[in-house]
Structures are given as C-alpha cells and as structure tokens.
Design a protein around this ligand. Structure first.
Ligand code: 3H9
Length: 707
C-alpha cells in the first residue's frame, strides 16, 4: 500500500485513512492506495465493515488540480476514479465515509460511492468544479441527484457553492452528523450497519424521477446560468450531465459526463480558471518575505474620513469583528457617513445576507468621532481623506505624533506616492498603502503598496490581515496609480479615442461587455464620476508630453457639468433609478469636438474596440512587470479580476495575452503604433517575449525558480 493511504482496524471494523497533506487531494497513489485497501478488506474474513476517513485537517478537497495541466498536455491520464468508485460500491462489506473539513469535487464523489456517510457538524460538502471551468468527472453528476434529488444536484453542480453538514443531512447527502470524535462515531455507525445489506448509490432511483418531471428545473437553471454566469460553459455542461442522469442508465450517464468533463477540461475557460485558482494563492507568496515573518496584532483600527471609501473601509473591519474608530472633521459629514453605513447594513439584512442581530453587532463595532480620542491605542490607522498630497502629509504628521509606536499607518491613496506621504512621519517603516476598491465593503481587491522603507513585518501583517478582512491582498510597488489604476489609464484612454474617431459610445461599451467585462469602460467612468479623473488630469497636466494625443471629450463633458451618474448625465444619461440610456446630444457634441480637433471619422469594428482597449492594458502591464512594480504577471491578473471586473474565465489581461499569443499581440500593437503614434510603443518586455515565442506566465515561472 502507498504511504498516502493507511489501513488499520478497530476490532472488526477496518479503517482506511488518507494522508496526503495539506488537503488530501486525490493525487496519483491515493486512488490506488484506497483500491488496494478495499481488496484487502474484502478478502479479510475478520473485517465486517470499513470506515474511510481523511487524516489531518480535512477529508478530501478533490482531485489534484495540478494534475489537470498534465492531463491536457497528455502527460497524465488523470485520477481514473470511476473504476475505484464502482469497486467501492461493489464491496460486499459496508463502507462508511467519515467527513470532516471539506469533501469537495472528487472528494464528495468518493464519499458518495461509499454505502453511508457521516459528517462532523462543521464539515462542508460541494461540487465546486464549475469554479475551475469543469464539471464533476467521477460520477458526481450521476450520484448526487440520486442522493439529493435533481434540484439540489443542479444547484450544487452549476453554482459550485458548498453545503454545510446540517443541510447535507437534510438533503440526504449524509446519513448522520457526529458530535465529538468523528472516527469513533463512524466506527460505531459502521458496527450498527455491518449486518445490513449494502446500498449502492448508483442503484437508487427514488429521487431521480424522469426528464419530463424535471424539465422546469433544467430550464430555470439554464436561464439563471445565462444571466448570472454569463458566457461560462461549465455550468451548462453540468446541467446537461445531470439531465443525462434522468434519461440514461447510470453507466451511459457516466459516459456522457466523461465526454462533457473532457470538453470542459480542454477548454480555454478551464485553463484560465485553474490559473486563477493557483494565482489567488500565489499572490500571497512574496519572494523576499519568508512565511515565518512575524506579524503584528491588529485588534483595533481607526479610519480617517467617513466618505464613501472611509465608511466602506470601516465596514470591512467591523465585518471581520475588529473594532474601528471612524473620524471626520465635521459632525454633519460624520452623521452622513454613519447613516450610509447603517443603510448599507439594513439593505444586507433586507436581502437576507445576515440577521438584524449581526448587523447590530457590526454597527456597534464602529465608533464615530470628531477627534483623535482613542487613536493612541489603535493597532492600525487607515487614512481615507480627499486625494491631495498636502492634506495627506498633514494627516500623517498628526498620526505620527498621536499613535503609539508600532501602529501601522496606512493610506488609501489611489495615486499618490507612499514614500512622500511616509516622509511626513518619523517612522516610514510603519507606513504602507492599502488601496481598497469602491465599494470597499464589496470589492475583494486590496492593493498593498510597498514603500521604499516599509518593513517586512508591516507588509506581512497587511497580507495576513487581507485574508481576515475577506480581501485578496496583492503587493504592488509605489508608482503613479500603482498597478490597477496605472493600467486602467491607457484602457480608458483608448475607449475615449475610439469614440472620438467615430465609434458609437454604446458600441464601445457593448464590445467590452461582450468580451466579458462586468461593465463597459464608459459606464465605469460615469459610475466613478468623470470629475474625479478631470481633477487629477488638471493636477498632472504639467507632466503631459507636448504633441502627444490626449483624450478631449471627457474634460469637455465635465466643463458642461456632466459628471456621470451623480449628475444624471455623463457619457450616457440616467433616470431617477440610475438606469442608463444613450444620449444623442453627447454623440453630436463628440462629433463636433472631433471635427474641431481634426480627428478623421471612420467605421470601427467591435474587434478593433476590444483589441485597442485590451492591448493598451496589456502593454502597460508589461511595462509595470518589467519595472518591477508587480511581482509576477499573475499578480496583475488577480488585480484585474478582483478590482476591475475582468472576466475570470479569461484569466486576467496577461493570461489573456498569452492565450492570444504574444507575437500576435505584439504585431497588433506595432500596427497601432504605426497608425496612432508613440502612445503605442510596444513595451520592451512584450517585444522580447514575442520574439522568443515565450509567455508572461512562463516568465513568472522562471522568476519563481530563480527566487
Ligand atoms: C475535481 O475534484 C474534479 C473531480 O470531479 C474529479 C475528476 C476526475 N488540488 O486553499 P488553501 C492546495 S476538481 C491540488 O490555501 P484553505 C492549494 O493550492 C477539484 N492542490 O487552503 C494550497 O497550496 P499552497 C475540486 C490543492 O484552507 C494548499 O492546498 N475541488 C487542492 O484556505 C492549501 O489550500 C476544489 O475545487 C486540490 N484540489 O482552503 C477545491 N486544493 O499551499 C479546491 C487545495 O502550495 N480547494 N490545494 O498554496 C479549495 O477550495 C480550498 O483549497 C479548501 C481549503 C477549501 C479545500
């Protein structure tokens, strides 16, 4: 037997333990080990029943995701689970699967092939394969509807959300919850059922009903997928596979599942989503900051500025159970900030996200204040005042005088230099950027900006804290706009240029929405407020290179008081409910400004719209990477997926460029450079990789091995 699987016994009950830390994935050797153990149990007359359990912190979190890359490149045939699961079911002695932690994906499929399942009360089960662009590939779409019914199986396989043990019990996925010691409970359960004939999940049909009975479930589920999981193929494939369970025999249903699983596995969507899964974990690893770097305790926090950002950040801390002071300079602004927070919580209660009691507890953790009382004791202060260097420096100077040694002083600036802000304190090693995205209580991204002097402990603390705050923390360097906004500049610039060259405003947004972006760039601008960029551009006008083309329409819209949604008009016009529609007046104005600016008008295809906007993003991303402001290409991808509505199934802008082929991207950028001039100068890194036939992801691997 492999050392990944251990066979022991407790009297007449055999115990199979899977030991493949950290999550007992079904890596090569694990299925084989279980198979050998079952053979031994079957042939041992002293054994009457068996328990299958996971060692360590969890049962089985699924197939080994790292193996999928090898499968698609032909280097591995995959876990070959189906025969093992049949063998388990066919074992004449009852097998009781004991679940703690998570039984996900192949882990739940394994459990469902057991004759019974018992679970710790805090365990979770799920078929999250869709989140990897896959469907269950080891009979999950055939056994789950037999255990839990079609509706539950469709929900679990198409949406991929986990189900907690008590709900799994109600749904019929587990047979009993175990209080106290799980193994002892599972052994006792096994003894109880040892004399009973075994039940095979695959032979149960009582909950399946037929395709006609379930027609409404399938069609409603498909509608939901098309609306909420736009363009994703795996959720629809999962529904198809479950529908097959209601039409075909178990064996034929499994064949259909295999076919659909392999189609998904070989899709670009799945490759991208697997890249995202590992990427989200990769960004937590900072090459020069070892895992054991000490972290500072953050038991209390304070936020300066109760505007949209400050209020949202205070909520983020309260949601994580950390008491937080919220400071404003004037009572009216403070009251407004607290009222917005209260109304956000009330909305969440109304939508059923959490109870009134939870909302009250969170609200109580936020203490409004007009002064610096209590700041001396805060472990971390986050400044979220108006974006202006003089004001920020003044605030940090005050914090330096008030806060205890060891307090982390963080700025939520989205553009300004952390080093310059830090220079107004006597402790730059404790100063860091924590760039939240609006609305801060909703968006998952947190750009953590490393200043020149920021200490490793402070960085490690913020990276750890980001998890506690339910954010994806990505470490970035201190350049203007950091990573996300620096790249967003050229992207938005191209969207405007396209309109000025003749593209229809709605067509620009539609092309990018159809590409998969959560919103088109011009709608995003209207939402954020056109005046924000206008103000920043006025501040930085002196840095613009003479003779280099600048967008003209947005500044002119601002001069007309069209600031976007907040004024009911921007690129689009908005009704009372903030529903948008095209505004012919803007179209006319832009045409007039283009004529005055001597910009020739032409027909522009949606393909050009997508290429211009996305390659502007990629080209700037390549510069950022080369300059070292992002650690790896995947860090940029994770930023764009979590902060800018980039579609996860395309893997992020840098991954997307890799899939298009960097030579193709480079050639197209050169074409744009010939047509539009120096703004399109290809990034040297992109040129190099394209010439060598390499990828951004490959570069990251090289760096990874070098580090
Ligand atoms: C599947 O099962 C297909 C089947 O139908 C069969 C087909 C034939 N494989 O997340 P964490 C690594 S598809 C390989 O930080 P947590 C992870 O990368 C699979 N590695 O811990 C990390 O490595 P590192 C369906 C895996 O406590 C380390 O383990 N299953 C796998 O926050 C710790 O992970 C899923 O999609 C894996 N399956 O969360 C479940 N899982 O330390 C995916 C984790 O080097 N996993 N790793 O960075 C999860 O959702 C979470 O990991 C889990 C634990 C909730 C289990």
């Amino acid at each position: 037997m492999s050392n990944l699987v251990e066979l022991t016994s407790d009297g007449d009950v055999a115990v199979i333990t899977i030991n493949n830390p950290p999550v007992n994935a079904l890596s090569p050797g694990v299925p084989e080990g279980i198979s050998t153990a079952i053979d031994q149990i079957a042939s041992n007359p002293q054994m009457r029943a068996a328990v299958l359990i996971g060692g360590g912190r969890t049962f089985v979190a699924g197939a080994d995701i790292r193996e999928f890359g090898k499968m698609t490149s032909g280097k591995s045939r995959g876990p070959g689970l189906l025969p093992l699961l049949l063998k388990m079911e066919d074992c004449g002695k009852p097998i009781v699967v004991a679940i703690h932690g998570t039984a996900f994906g192949g882990g739940l499929e394994l459990a469902m092939a057991g004759h019974y399942r018992v679970a710790a009360a805090d365990a979770q089960v799920g078929q999250p394969e869709v989140k990897l662009g896959l469907i269950p590939g080891a009979g999950g779409t055939q056994r789950l509807p037999r255990l839990a019914g079609v509706a539950k199986a469709v929900e679990m396989c198409a949406q991929g959300e986990p189900v907690k043990a008590p709900e799994a019990l109600r749904a019929g996925i587990v047979d009993q919850l175990v209080e106290g010691d799980l193994l002892a409970g599972a052994i006792a359960f096994a003894r109880q059922v040892a004399a009973q004939p075994v039940r095979k999940t695959r032979e149960r049909n009582d909950k399946l009903r037929d395709a006609a009975d379930n027609a409404a479930i399938f069609s409603a589920a498909r509608d939901t997928v098309r609306k909420k999981q736009r363009s994703l193929m795996a959720p629809l494939a999962a529904i198809d596979a479950i529908e097959a369970a209601t039409r075909l025999s178990f064996a034929a249903g499994c064949e259909q599942e295999q076919k659909l699983f392999l189609e998904c596995l070989h899709s670009d969507q799945s490759k991208a989503l697997i890249h995202v899964f590992f990427g989200e974990r990769e960004v937590a690893k900072i090459p020069d900051i070892p895992k054991d770097t000490p972290v500072l305790p953050v038991r209390s926090a304070a936020v300066i500025g109760a505007g949209t950002m400050g209020g949202g950040i205070a909520m983020v801390f309260a949601n994580a159970g950390i008491p937080v002071l919220l400071k404003e300079t004037e009572q009216a602004a403070l009251d407004r900030g607290m009222a917005t927070i209260a109304s956000n919580y009330a909305n969440s209660v109304k939508r059923g996200r959490f109870s009134q009691q939870v909302a009250d507890q969170r609200m109580k953790l936020i203490t409004p204040t007009l002064g610096y009382d209590g700041f001396a004791d805060a472990d971390m202060v986050i400044e979220a005042v108006f974006e202006g260097m003089a004001l920020k420096k003044q605030v940090f100077g005050e914090l330096d005088r008030i806060c205890k040694p060891g307090t982390i002083l963080a700025s939520n600036t989205s553009t300004l230099s952390i080093d310059e802000i830090a220079s107004s304190t006597s402790r730059p090693e404790f100063v860091i950027g924590t760039h939240f995205f609006s609305p801060a209580n909703v968006m998952r991204l947190l750009e953590i900006v490393r200043g020149e002097a920021t200490s490793k402990e402070v960085i490690a603390t913020c990276m750890t804290l980001s998890k506690k705050l339910a954010k994806v923390g990505v470490l970035v360097g201190n350049c203007r706009g950091f990573v996300g906004n620096r790249m967003f500049g050229p992207y938005r610039r191209e969207a405007q240029f396209l309109v000025e060259e003749g593209a229809d405003i709605a067509a620009v947004d539609k092309a990018l929405y159809d590409f998969g972006m959560a919103m088109g760039p011009l709608s995003v601008a209207d939402l954020a407020g056109l005046d924000v960029g206008w103000r920043i551009r006025k501040e930085y006008r002196h840095l613009e290179k003479p003779g280099v083309r600048q967008p003209l329409a947005e500044d002119k819209l601002c001069e007309l008081g069209r600031f976007g949604q907040k004024t009911g008009a921007g690129w689009f016009k908005y009704d009372e409910q903030r529903r948008s529609s095209s505004d012919p007046e803007v179209t006319q104005l832009v045409r007039q400004w283009a004529r005055e600016g001597g910009i020739p008008q032409r027909q522009i295809s949606s393909e050009e719209i997508v290429d211009r906007c996305l390659y502007a993003l990629v080209n700037e991303g390549a510069r950022i990477l080369e300059e070292g402001f992002a650690l790896r290409a995947v860090d940029i991808d994770i930023i764009y997926l979590n902060g800018y509505g980039f579609p996860a199934y395309r893997g992020g802008p840098m991954w997307y460029a890799d899939t298009v082929g960097l030579k193709n991207v480079y050639d197209r950028i050169c074409e744009f450079a010939r047509q539009h001039g120096e703004l399109w100068t290809p990034a040297p890194l992109l040129k190099r990789l394209a010439e060598r036939g390499e990828t951004f992801a490959g570069l990251h691997k090289e760096q990874g091995t070098a580090a």
